[in-house]
Design a protein around this ligand. Sequence first.
Ligand code: MN3
Length: 212
Amino acid sequence: MAFSLPPLPYSHNALAAQSMCQETLELHHDKHHNAYVTALNGLIESKGLAGKSLEQICAEAGKAGAEGAPVLNQAGQHYNHILFWQVMSPSGGGDKLPARLAAKIDQDLGGLAQFKEAFKQAGVTQFGSGWAWLIIGTDGKLKVTKTANGANPISTGEGQPILGADVWEHAYYLDFRNVRPGYLDNFLNKLVDWSVVDSLLAEGGLKSGQSA
Ligand code: MN3
């Protein structure tokens, strides 16, 4: 087997009215994400990845530290982008969350407004490239966290991500130039499909279905 680039779950211009333009999605999905998939497939043989799931590879590469970085850079980014495309939709946005997700956010994070502020801060304060996350922590509680470059909460052992925002400049520069806080506000208020996040909560995180 090999890793593959899943198609976007919507057309390339589907999010344009929500400030993620067609050119952003063409470059980000078709070029950037595809490059991670190609590079990861190129490592399967030399790094002994055959037969392993994408999640297993992320966890093992994370545990390996600096030695695992070349694999984690590609495997983490493949996993991270699969999640990223799924948690946005043309009908996303708004503050009406499914009841199960809303109750969990209230209980573990002090409510939707506090969650959004914490998530935005995680993204804004991630120096350089990386990701902001909402995860199911190892204790079963929701938690907001951030990671650098291609890492993710599976590779750090923190838990299972159910929402992720890409804060690499390639994610927002065409639409928001240098204004990362504006991109994150827009992501949280206009783009997130809360029904998908709720499903991922019920499923215990994203199962990518991808393996080497
Ligand atoms: Mn990206």
